[in-house]
Design a protein around this ligand. Structure first.
Ligand SMILES: *Cc1c(COP(=O)(O)O)cnc(C)c1O
Length: 424
């Protein structure tokens, strides 16, 4: 059937509309696009084209959704490259190719959630390994690291990774991973990826892993700064529409063996992402640059508004010149992102609840990175799994409010904050 379709694809035939040049017959997956040009293209072009070629069967411009759990063999040794969807699936492969390209890595594996991506990354570590983690990591990451300490024999040291001498002093002969999350959640503290990677690589076999969820590859490329692994919750900006949970682990440039390890780990653990979810993330990716630019522009306006507001105390946003690592943010990131947090000038449960109840466009909910604005109370929501002592050490106060700035009109969001911060 597809052979016949190829035969109609010649100039003069009404079905011929793929390109000026007839596609090379031998590269049926190539059609009219030039996948070899994608790596050298700009990030927006990459987001539209990465991993996506007209389908060999019918030339469909968008990748088909292969829901099949299993794939037929022609004989005992031959199939079309896939046998079972847990191990590999064409729709997932398209997303993995796109994410590897956008991060500038060698290869990727897509997982059912961001947490399972972290599990796949931790699964690289042999029993008895030591891991150094940023102290204010995502609450779920903290919970998993604590679990791994108790049940899987992982040794964990939590540190403020801005304190480079402390990182150096914490290295042990069995240190196999440094876990970086920058900017961090919810305090938007930055880690100098290049400096920490340099320290980490003094230790043989130590992998430097960066959770890049808060910025996406459009705004930060950890491999360019020396990281070995990039982890994503694709639930957030990469999908961007709050209708998928998913994750990804990407191995750095030239890291073929590491790519194979993360892909076989995903298969082994059974954490691979469902094809339908991959399809949605791939769709979300196409507008990533547009979304990120708008998210960021609005967040900058709101951060400046909050910083000047008398009812607001500290504002945590790397785009403010007063942010302690504003210069590092300018150097290391391609933008400041759209996550910010702030404290009330005068706190207390009553005033906090007043603000959270009065906000209308900011939905009180966990998660971030979607088109809709969200507000969260880290101490009782995203970071409730940390002990009060761990929260205190991390600097997460009970009065901290976190915003994920969405794509609504900036004047609506600013007016919403203004009315919620009026206390009389
Ligand atoms: C949400 C999040 C995760 C966990 O991802 P899920 O998709 O919710 O499992 C990990 N790291 C960061 C920074 C996150 O924001």
């Amino acid at each position: 059937m597809s052979e016949q379709y190829l035969d109609t694809n010649v100039p003069g035939n009404p079905a011929y509309h793929f390109s000026i040049q007839p596609p090379a017959r031998e590269s049926r997956a190539g059609w009219s696009r030039r996948p070899e040009l994608v790596p050298g293209a700009g990030p927006a072009t990459q987001c539209v084209h990465a991993g996506v070629q007209p389908d060999p069967a019918y030339g469909s411009v968008m990748p088909p959704l292969y829901l099949s759990s299993t794939f037929a063999f022609k004989d005992i040794c031959t199939n079309a490259g896939y046998d079972y969807t847990r191990s590999g699936n064409p729709t997932r492969a398209a997303l993995e190719e796109a994410l590897a390209l956008l991060e500038g890595g060698h290869g990727a594996t897509c997982t059912s959630t961001g947490m399972s991506a972290i599990l796949v990354a931790l699964n690289l570590l042999p029993h008895g390994s030591h891991l150094i983690s940023t102290v204010d990591c995502y609450g779920g990451t903290f919970r998993l690291l604590e679990h791994a300490q108790r049940f899987y024999g992982l040794e964990v040291t939590y540190l403020d990774l801005a304190d480079l001498p402390a990182v150096e002093a914490a290295l042990r002969p069995n240190t196999r991973m440094i876990w970086i999350e920058t900017p961090s959640n919810p305090l938007l503290r930055l880690t100098d990826i290049a400096a920490v990677a340099e320290l980490g690589h003094r230790q043989p076999d130590c992998l430097v892993a960066v959770d890049n969820t808060f910025l996406s590859p459009y705004l930060q490329r950890p491999f360019d700064l020396g990281a070995d692994l990039v982890i994503h919750s694709t639930t957030k900006y990469l999908n961007g529409h709050s209708d998928v949970v998913g994750g990804a682990v990407v191995a750095g440039p030239g890291r073929l063996a590491l790519t194979q390890q993360i892909q076989s780990g995903n298969n082994l653990l059974g954490t691979s992402q469902a094809p339908h979810d991959c399809f949605l993330v791939l769709r979300g990716l196409k507008t990533l640059p547009l979304r990120m630019r708008q998210h960021e522009a609005t967040a900058q306006v709101l951060a400046e508004f909050l910083a000047a507001h008398p009812a607001v105390g500290k504002v945590h946003f790397p785009g403010l010149p007063g942010h302690p690592q504003h210069e590092l943010a300018k150097r290391q990131q391609r933008g400041f992102g759209a996550m910010l947090s702030f404290e009330l000038a005068e706190g207390g449960a009553e005033r906090l609840n007043h603000v959270l109840r009065k906000l209308r466009w900011f939905t009180l909910a966990e998660s971030l990175g979607g088109v809709e604005s969200l507000v969260a109370h880290p101490a009782s929501m995203t970071h409730a799994s940390m002990t009060p002592e761990a929260r205190r050490r991390a600097g997460i106060t009970d009065d901290l409010i976190r915003l994920s700035v969405g794509l609504e009109d900036v004047q609506d969001l600013r007016a919403d904050l203004a009315q919620a911060l009026a206390f009389d």
